[in-house]
Design a protein around this ligand. Structure first.
Ligand SMILES: NC(=O)C1=CN([C@@H]2O[C@H](COP(=O)(O)OP(=O)(O)OC[C@H]3O[C@@H](n4cnc5c(N)ncnc54)[C@H](O)[C@@H]3O)[C@@H](O)[C@H]2O)C=CC1
Ligand SMILES: CC(=O)C(=O)O
Ligand SMILES: [Mg+2]
Length: 628
C-alpha cells in the first residue's frame, strides 16, 4: 500500500504534466486574480503543490536529474545535484558557524522541519547527541517561552476548545495523512517546569514527535503533534499581542475533560490504531485523564508512566552500583506531582515484584515531599488523591526541611521532581553521605534552570562519591581530576521505544507491565562495568539503538500478555528494526504494511513472562471518581 504522500506525489506529477494547466487571462497582470491558471486554483483548493513546496516530499537539491524531469522540478531547484550527506553538512555548518545561540539553532531546525523533512531527520539521526538538546530539553523550553515570537509555520494541529467543540473529528480531516499512528498532545498546562504556557506549549509535542521519528522510527507521515487550546491563566501571555491561542482563562473541570475526551474519540475514529501520548498536562488533570481514557483509546501519559520507567531503570542500575539490595532501598522524593508519583509507583512495583513483598509494604520504602514537607496523612491538610497513595501515617514525624527528612529516612536515593530550581544544598548531600557510601542523586526537573542541583555541585558536595543523573543534558564535569560524562534521566529513553513497540505489535493497550519491561530493557543496555563506574544510562548517541531495544521488549511483553494483535515473529528485533523509518530510504520501512498477519488476541500468552507481574488492582495509579 503506498502512502498518502506517495499518492499526492503522483497526483502532483500528473498535474505537473501540464495537461490541466490553462492560462485563463492576461498573465502580465499579477494583481488580477483571474490571471491565475486553473492549475494554481486547483492547488489552492486541493492543497497540491510542486513537491519542492511540500516539506514531507521535498528533497531539494537531492532530486536526481531524472527525477527533476519526471516530476517537473526543473527550474525549481538550483542546478547542483547533491547527496543528502552534503546537504546535511551544509546544515551542520550553518548550525555551527551562523547560529549565535541554541535558540537560533532551534529556529534553523524548525525551518528545516517546515521545508525538508527527510533532511531534518537525516541531520537529527546523524547528530543525536548534539541536536537532542536543541529540539528537546533544554532549548525547547526556551523556544516554548518565546513560541509566539519565533513562530513561522505550524508543524502540527491546533484544536480550539472554545470555538471548535463538536467539530474536532471534521477538523482532523484537514490533516494530510490518512494513517497517523502516534499523536503527542498537550493542553500547555505544565510545560516542563515552566508552568502554564498555553498554546506556546506546542513546542513540546513537536519536539517529542521529532524524537518519535528520529529516535523511535515512526514515519513522519504517521506522526502528529497536537495542541488543545483550552486557554491560559498565564497573565503575561494573556496580555501578549503575539499570543497565538485564545486569550481566555483556562477551561477547568468537566469542560476541560469533555474537550480532551472529544479529541481522543475523534482521533480514534479518524485513525483507529493511533496511540495517543498525553504530555505536560497539569497534575490536577493528568491522572484523571489517564484513568478516564486508558480503556477507551490506546494511550499513556508520558510524564507519569514514561518518567516512571526511565527513573526506575536508573534506580535499578543505581542500586547495583551501590550494592544495595532492593529490599533495603529507601528513597526520598523531592516533589510529589504527576511525574514523582508515577516514578514512586513504578519503583514500588519493582521492589514488590523483585522481593516478593506486598505492594503496600514496598511503598513504605518511599518518602515523598511536597512544598509543605514530608507527606503524611496526619499532616493536617487535605491531600489530593495522587498524594494519598504514597503518604505515610503515624510512622513518621512532621518534617518540613529536606535535611531533616534525609536524617530521618537515611535514604539511598534522592529524586527531585519539583520544577522548582536549585534546592539540593551542600548540607543535604553531606547528610546523605552519612548513611550511604554512594548515594543516588537525581535532579530530574527540566529545563536545566529548574533542576534541583547541577552535576558539578553534586559531585563536589559528595566528594565525587555519588551516582548522578539529571533530566536535562549537562556538560562533562571533572570529578577528582577525571572527566566524567553526566548521565541523563529523561523519558526520551522510554517513550519512543514504548510507542513504537506498542504500535508495531498492534497492542490493544499500553500496560504497566510494558513500561516495566521498557525500564528493564533500558537498565540492561548499560553494562555492569559502566554501572560500576557510576554510569547509569546509555549515551545520547545510542538513542536509536536503545529505542529499538525498548520497542522489542515492549512488543515482547505485549505478546506475552496477550494484548498484542500480531503473531510473534521469529525474529522480533528484526521485525522492529525493519519497520524503523530511515530518511535515506524515505518511502520504505514503516510505510510498508505489516507483513505479519493480524490474529485475534491469543487465548494464552506464549510462555511465562520473564518478569510476569500481577500487582492486583490496588496498586494501579491512583483512581479517581469518574466524571458524572
Ligand atoms: N526528567 C524527566 O524525564 C521528567 C522531568 N519532569 C520534570 O518534573 C518537574 C515536575 O513535573 P510534575 O511532577 O508534572 O509537576 P507538578 O507541578 O505536578 O509537581 C511538582 C511537585 O513539586 C512540589 N514542589 C514544588 N516546589 C517545591 C519546593 N520548593 N519544595 C518541595 N516541593 C516542591 C509540588 O508541591 C508538587 O508536588 C518538571 O520540572 C518537569 O520538567 C517531568 C517529567 C519527566
Ligand atoms: C521530559 C518531560 O517530559 C518533562 O520534563 O515534562
Ligand atoms: Mg513532559
Amino acid at each position: 500500500m503506498s502512502s498518502l504522500l506517495e499518492k499526492v506525489e503522483s497526483l502532483v506529477i500528473r498535474k505537473g504534466a501540464g495537461d490541466e494547466a490553462e492560462v485563463v487571462t492576461d498573465v502580465t497582470d499579477p494583481g488580477n486574480p483571474a490571471t491565475r491558471t486553473q492549475e494554481i486554483k486547483k492547488v489552492e483548493e486541493h492543497g497540491a503543490a510542486p513537491i519542492v513546496w511540500i516539506p514531507f516530499l521535498n528533497r531539494g537539491t537531492n532530486f536526481t536529474p531524472e527525477e527533476r524531469r519526471r516530476k517537473r522540478l526543473e527550474g525549481l531547484v538550483p542546478p547542483a545535484v547533491e547527496p543528502i550527506e552534503l546537504q546535511a553538512e551544509r546544515v551542520m555548518l550553518q548550525l555551527h558557524d551562523e547560529c549565535p545561540n541554541s535558540l537560533a539553532k532551534y529556529e534553523l531546525l524548525a525551518q528545516l522541519a517546515a521545508t525538508n523533512v527527510s533532511l531534518l531527520y537525516y541531520v537529527l539521526i546523524h547528530n543525536l547527541e548534539q541536536l537532542a538538546p536543541i529540539v528537546y530539553t533544554p532549548t525547547v523550553g526556551e523556544a516554548c517561552q518565546k513560541f509566539d515570537r519565533i513562530f513561522r509555520q505550524s508543524l502540527g494541529m491546533y484544536f480550539d476548545c472554545f470555538n471548535q467543540r463538536g467539530r474536532f473529528r471534521e477538523i482532523m480531516d484537514n490533516w494530510f495523512s490518512h494513517s497517523v499512528q502516534i499523536i503527542v498532545v498537550t493542553d500547555g498546562g505544565r510545560i516542563l517546569g515552566l508552568g502554564d504556557l498555553g498554546t506556546n506549549g506546542m513546542g513540546i509535542p513537536v519536539g517529542k514527535i521529532q524524537l518519535y521519528v528520529g529516535v523511535g522510527g515512526f514515519h513522519p507521515e504517521h506522526s502528529l503533534p497536537a495542541q488543545l487550546d483550552v486557554g491560559t491563566c498565564n497573565e503575561e501571555l494573556l496580555k501578549d499581542k503575539f499570543y497565538l491561542g485564545n486569550k481566555k482563562k483556562r477551561l477547568d473541570g468537566k469542560e476541560h475533560m469533555a474537550a480532551v475526551e472529544e479529541f481522543c474519540m475523534a482521533a480514534k475514529n479518524k485513525w483507529p490504531n493511533v496511540l495517543i501520548q498525553f504530555e505536560d498536562f497539569p497534575t490536577d488533570k493528568a491522572f484523571d485523564i489517564l484513568d478516564r481514557m486508558r480503556d477507551k483509546v490506546l494511550c499513556f501519559n508520558d510524564d507519569i508512566q514514561g518518567t516512571g520507567a526511565v527513573t526506575t531503570a536508573g534506580f535499578i542500575n543505581g542500586m547495583k552500583a551501590q550494592h544495595t539490595p532492593l529490599k533495603d532501598a529507601r528513597i526520598v522524593f523531592y516533589g510529589a506531582g504527576s511525574s514523582a508519583v508515577g516514578v514512586a509507583t513504578m519503583i514500588a512495583q519493582l521492589i514488590s515484584k523483585e522481593t516478593g513483598m506486598p505492594f503496600d509494604e514496598a511503598k513504605k520504602h518511599i518518602y515523598m515531599m511536597d512544598s509543605k514537607g514530608l507527606i503524611t496523612t496526619k499532616r493536617g491538610d487535605k491531600l489530593p488523591e495522587h498524594k494519598k497513595l504514597m503518604a505515610h501515617g503515624d510512622d513518621v514525624p512532621v518534617l518540613k526541611d529536606l535535611k531533616d527528612v534525609i536524617a530521618h529516612v537515611k535514604p539511598h536515593a534522592l529524586i527531585g521532581l519539583t520544577g522548582a530550581g536549585p534546592a539540593f544544598k551542600k548540607e543535604d548531600i553531606e547528610e546523605m553521605l552519612k548513611y550511604c557510601d554512594k548515594p543516588l542523586i537525581f535532579p530530574l526537573s527540566n529545563p536545566s534552570s529548574k533542576a534541583e542541583i547541577t552535576a558539578e555541585k553534586a559531585y563536589e558536595y559528595a566528594h565525587g562519591k555519588c551516582v548522578y543523573a539529571s533530566g536535562s543534558p549537562e556538560e562533562p564535569v571533572k570529578v577528582n581530576g577525571k572527566t566524567v560524562k553526566v548521565g541523563q534521566c529523561n523519558n526520551f529513553w522510554i517513550f519512543p521505544g514504548v510507542g513504537f513497540g506498542a504500535v508495531m505489535s498492534k497492542s490493544k493497550k499500553v500496560t504497566d507491565e510494558m513500561f516495566l519491561a521498557a525500564a528493564r530493557a533500558l537498565a540492561d543496555f548499560v553494562t555492569p562495568e559502566q554501572i560500576e563506574q557510576g554510569q547509569l544510562y546509555p549515551e545520547a548517541k545510542d538513542l536509536r539503538k536503545v529505542a529499538a531495544t525498548v520497542a522489542t521488549a515492549v512488543a515482547d511483553e505485549a505478546i506475552k500478555q496477550g494484548v498484542a494483535r500480531i503473531k510473534r515473529p521469529a525474529d522480533l528485533r528484526g521485525f522492529i528494526e525493519h519497520r524503523m523509518w530511515d530518511p535515506e530510504k524515505p518511502h520504505l520501512n514503516a510505510t510498508t504494511p505489516l507483513t505479519t498477519p493480524m490474529t485475534t488476541p491469543m487465548a494464552t500468552p506464549q510462555g511465562t513472562p520473564r518478569h510476569s507481574m500481577d500487582f492486583g488492582s490496588d496498586v494501579k495509579f491512583p483512581q479517581h471518581k469518574p466524571m458524572s
